[in-house]
Write a protein that binds this ligand. Structure first.
Ligand SMILES: [Zn+2]
Length: 442
């Protein structure tokens, strides 16, 4: 299974192709036939009306309530895409069988503390009343909140102007990314930071579905600088520039994401200093995570506790040198490969006097992650959904967008201080994880 991932992660072109020809997927003006030209204005009008309707209704729109199939837990523990697919049958809501990698309320409770520090809370204002207790009551039957439902933690890798080479599954074009942001926004998704997800601080409007973006490997297509008139500017051909542009148009979507970097490798291109590149992202509210110093395969290449601590702790040490005081809270496993017997050193250890402790371990998964209020929440095994690639594959984000039923997703009640769940999900709530929040069951 690991070999599946060895191709995409390291061997690929990290420059983020700068080819400016705009012949991206799905946009071929010359291919449009005459009838399509007649249809186009109607389609544009329809889409505009739909978007307007959605905006007026927030995320609670009827349009968003339908479709999708029931989500069930996979049989057995899964790490990668080529594990058994999900069993999606008409199982009634709330009867989600145990997956075998069950909850650990003890360590969850521990994990709660200490993760609040780095990141500001809920900066993406959503009409939160200043004093916090003047919230309009929501119509539960219309909004159908379910804060024990699943949250998609999306995993991105490479972004290019035009696909030329490399693993298709882990590459997406800038145009496809732009379209994806539109789709997510109009479908009611809102970005939250990984730390807010882990801490259960979920501050999105009622009816919206929180989503987490993660980016592995520090590729230049994710983020890089260009120099213009002696000034450093964000490369317009980068995912960060696209997100910033989208954020200007739709500030309520959220400008959030965690970049898992290997500081021993080239990270975010070559323009500016590495320190400047990291600091820019941090200043914008993005988070930086650990992906080991040199992208080592922890299963096959890191056979001793020393090597693991050098890779994990060495990356943290380098981060402290570049951005003093910045402690990683999460680690993404390179190639999705866990250490066989030494995971404790991946989680916690020390290298040359620098200690580290990861509160979350991100896997190369295929399915949506658990609610932070669920008894199944296990941050040390956080599943991620893969971003859409050049060609669609089963269980990538686009697949889930088509196939996941809204009733299985984490639908917000709009209040970060309450946890609202339908009765069928009440048993999934871990009281220990509420952290002083009020539980509402309906
Ligand atoms: Zn990687």
């Amino acid at each position: 299974m690991d070999n599946r991932y060895s191709a995409f992660d390291r061997s690929t072109d990290r420059s983020g192709s700068k080819d400016n020809s705009k012949s991206a997927v799905g946009l071929k003006p010359t291919a449009i036939s005459r009838p399509a030209f007649r249809i186009k204005p109607a389609v544009v009008l329809l889409v505009t009306l739909l978007i307007t309707a959605l905006m007026l209704q927030g995320c609670a729109s009827e349009k968003l309530q339908n479709g999708g199939t029931e989500l069930q837990e996979p049989q057995g523990q899964l790490q990668g895409y080529d594990a058994d697919g999900p069993d999606i049958t008409g199982q009634p809501e709330g009867t989600v069988p145990d997956s075998g990698n069950g909850p650990d309320p003890g360590s969850d409770a521990e994990g709660e503390s200490g993760m609040d520090s780095a990141d500001g809370k809920g900066e993406q204002g959503n009409g939160d009343p200043a004093n916090g207790n003047e919230r309009e009551p929501i119509d539960l039957d219309a909004v159908k909140p379910n804060e024990a439902g699943r949250i998609m933690v999306v995993m991105f890798h490479r972004f290019v102007e035009k696909y030329e080479k490399g693993d298709k599954e882990y590459t997406m074009t800038f145009d496809a990314f732009r379209k994806l942001l539109e789709t997510l926004y109009t479908s009611g998704y809102r970005l939250i930071s990984l730390n807010d997800y882990l801490n259960g601080h979920i501050d999105v409007p009622a009816g919206c579905i929180p989503m987490v973006f993660t980016f592995d490997d520090g590729t230049a297509g994710q983020f890089s600088f260009i120099e213009e008139d002696g000034q450093l500017k964000v490369n317009p051909d980068s995912a960060v520039a696209i997100m910033e542009e989208f954020n200007r148009l739709h500030p309520d979507f959220g400008l959030k994401g965690t970049f898992f970097v290997n500081l021993g490798n080239e990270t975010f291109g070559k323009t500016g200093t590495l320190q400047q590149r990291l600091q820019y992202l941090i200043d914008r509210g993005f988070e930086i995570g650990n992906h080991t110093y040199s992208h080592i395969n922890l299963k096959t290449e890191a056979k001793t506790a020393e090597i693991i601590q050098k890779e994990v702790g060495g990356n943290q040490k380098r981060m402290y040198e570049l951005v003093p005081g910045y402690a990683f809270t999460a680690l993404a496993l390179p190639y999705g490969a866990p250490s066989k017997n030494l995971m404790e050193y991946v989680i916690k250890g020390e290298y040359e006097g620098v200690g580290y402790e990861n509160k979350a371990i991100m896997e190369v998964g295929w399915d949506p992650a658990q609610s932070p209020f669920s008894v199944k929440f296990d941050p040390l095994s956080t599943h991620r959904v893969r971003s859409p690639g050049i060609e669609p594959v089963e269980f990538d984000l686009e697949w889930w967008l088509k196939n996941m039923k809204r009733s299985n997703e984490f639908v917000s009640d709009g209040d970060p201080d309450t946890v609202t769940v339908p009765e069928a999900y009440a048993d999934l709530v871990d009281q220990e994880r509420l952290g002083g929040r009020k539980l509402v069951i309906y």
